[in-house]
Design a protein around this ligand. Structure first.
Ligand SMILES: [Zn+2]
Length: 192
């Protein structure tokens, strides 16, 4: 018998604080969707260069149980995020509105040791350690941060490169080919 047909499916709350403690040890699956403003996502808000009306991310989650050889059926979590945020353009150093999306699949495991032992060649799904108070909001934030481009910038030719963003005497063509100021990249990496 398909386990998913006998287990209750619970609708997730759209309230950010409720998403901070989801019981992924309970014998039930989840589904839900909602919209989060940037202000509800502290780590994402830290990266935003400005907050414009409409900025924020839609999220969608669904889970189901899948049979797993040699162990209990495991809960699979599918998560999608899609939305808009303003980041600093690394070419002109002005605000840049970006439409972003990311979809991922995770597998719930019981312990850290199990997560560590998870085959890293499996790039279809990442292990997550299940808990009774799982921070799903934190996971949604992680996904949004992962959706950020490595070097946020306006579309090619849509802005004037700032002189300091790539050193002395740069031209448009050079700016588009050359990697961006390593100090900016480093600064962004340190923030994460
Ligand atoms: Zn720009």
């Amino acid at each position: 018998m398909n386990r998913n047909q006998v287990l209750p499916q619970v609708e997730l709350s759209t309230d950010p604080s409720a998403l901070r403690r989801i019981d992924f040890c309970a014998p039930q699956s989840y589904q839900g969707a909602g919209f989060l403003e940037i202000s509800a996502l502290p780590r994402v808000a830290e990266e935003a260069s400005s907050l414009e009306p409409g900025d924020g991310f839609h999220w969608q989650v669904s889970t189901h149980f899948a049979d797993s050889p040699g162990s209990e059926p495991r809960q699979i979590l599918e998560l999608g995020v899609k939305g808009r945020i303003h980041l600093v353009c690394q070419s002109c150093l002005q605000d840049c509105g970006l439409d972003l999306a990311q979809e991922s699949r995770f597998i719930m495991v019981a312990t850290e040791a199990e997560a560590d032992a998870f085959p890293i060649e499996d790039d279809q799904q990442e292990p997550l350690v299940a808990s009774q108070h799982f921070d799903l909001l934190g996971l949604i934030e992680d996904e949004i941060l992962l959706s950020f481009p490595l070097i946020p910038k306006h579309p090619e030719g849509a802005c004037q490169p700032h002189a300091s963003s790539f050193g002395e005497g740069g031209e448009m063509a050079e700016a588009s080919e050359k990697p961006q100021n390593p100090f900016n990249i480093l600064k962004n990496m340190k923030k994460n």
